[in-house]
Design a protein around this ligand. Sequence first.
Ligand SMILES: CCCCCCCCC/C=C/C(=O)SCCNC(=O)CCNC(=O)[C@H](O)C(C)(C)COP(=O)(O)OP(=O)(O)OC[C@H]1O[C@@H](n2cnc3c(N)ncnc32)[C@H](O)[C@@H]1OP(=O)(O)O
Ligand SMILES: NC(=O)C1=CN([C@@H]2O[C@H](COP(=O)(O)OP(=O)(O)OC[C@H]3O[C@@H](n4cnc5c(N)ncnc54)[C@H](OP(=O)(O)O)[C@@H]3O)[C@@H](O)[C@H]2O)C=CC1
Length: 290
Amino acid sequence: MTEHPSPSKLGLTDAELAVHPTVFANDVLKDQVIVVSGGAGGIGRAIAWLFARLGAHVAVVGRDGSKLDALVAQLAERHLKASAHVADIREPDAVNLLFDAIWAAQGRVDSLVNSAGGQFPQPAIDFSVKGWNAVINTNLNGTWYMMQAAAQHWRNHKHPGSIVNIVVVTTHGLYGIAHTIAARSGVIGLSRAVAVEWAPLNIRVNCVAPGAIETEGWNVYTPEARAAYPRSNPMMRVGSPWEVAEATAFLAGPSAKFITGETLTVDGGGQLWGETWTTGKPAYFGGDDK
Ligand SMILES: CCCCCCCCC/C=C/C(=O)SCCNC(=O)CCNC(=O)[C@H](O)C(C)(C)COP(=O)(O)OP(=O)(O)OC[C@H]1O[C@@H](n2cnc3c(N)ncnc32)[C@H](O)[C@@H]1OP(=O)(O)O
Ligand SMILES: NC(=O)C1=CN([C@@H]2O[C@H](COP(=O)(O)OP(=O)(O)OC[C@H]3O[C@@H](n4cnc5c(N)ncnc54)[C@H](OP(=O)(O)O)[C@@H]3O)[C@@H](O)[C@H]2O)C=CC1
């Protein structure tokens, strides 16, 4: 994967996340257990901090154990509850074992947040089969394995639950990321379908669709593409992972107990106005790229 590292930091640090003001009451998720895939990434990390600060135990999931352990240590330093779990969401057996382990250790799971995901920017006409499959496997299949394993455990334990899938705004033709638009449209459709099927099990399923949110995940985009992201919405700025975390807490927790099958867009109005060119603006559309 091509990386374009930023000379300065992207997103919020643990020290910032530990003290960032929140609109939620401190104990609103007291005693709950929340599983956050991609929990050591930019958005997942903000979700982990917010949910832990609201009283939950957060089980953070990813492939890189050292990133997860470092985050759990930071949370523990502030007397917040968390555990690190290495798993590849594309491996259904590993995903099932993950939920077995968290239930065994914590005795409950209340919410699942699927923030693991990503893509690379490339015009769709040039996608390789391997590249297409990598994005579909991660974002559609991986998210589904996590959703199904969570729901099966809730059914077996006769326990209510809620799922929030972090997706991408799919209403635009977002140039250069057609594979992810396909995968995320699948997740949104899937969420609407199982919101109905799983209502009898007392399981709610919703999505959050972020616009341009500054995180380390942006290193796959060129500095020129990143520099244009503030113009992707009428607020003329990029979003913060904390803004996605608060929307996620709203949907995951009791504030949304009558909401299911919904997608909450957190994009500064980017659905209504703005331009997003993840691979540069082609000459055809008035830009410099050939
Ligand atoms: C309206 C509102 C406005 C909204 C405005 C919205 C702005 C959009 C911003 C969205 C931002 C984000 O989501 S940023 C945050 C998300 N984070 C990321 O995207 C992080 C990077 N992405 C990932 O890690 C991805 O999960 C993924 C690319 C699938 C990597 O998975 P894997 O580890 O399996 O993949 P790799 O082994 O690296 O690569 C597998 C194959 O994929 C292809 N591949 C990988 N990188 C490639 C590249 N740069 N160019 C071409 N092809 C590539 C190759 O075929 C690779 O095989 P080989 O050829 O054999 O190597
Ligand atoms: N930032 C943005 O502008 C936007 C982001 N999004 C979406 O929001 C989600 C979070 O994004 P963000 O936090 O910025 O991205 P990051 O790249 O910072 O974090 C994504 C995390 O997902 C984990 N992950 C990736 N693949 C797997 C896998 N197969 N199994 C387990 N974990 C995996 C990675 O951890 P590890 O390497 O340890 O596995 C990583 O920490 C993604 O789905 C992203 O596409 C949507 C719109 C805009």
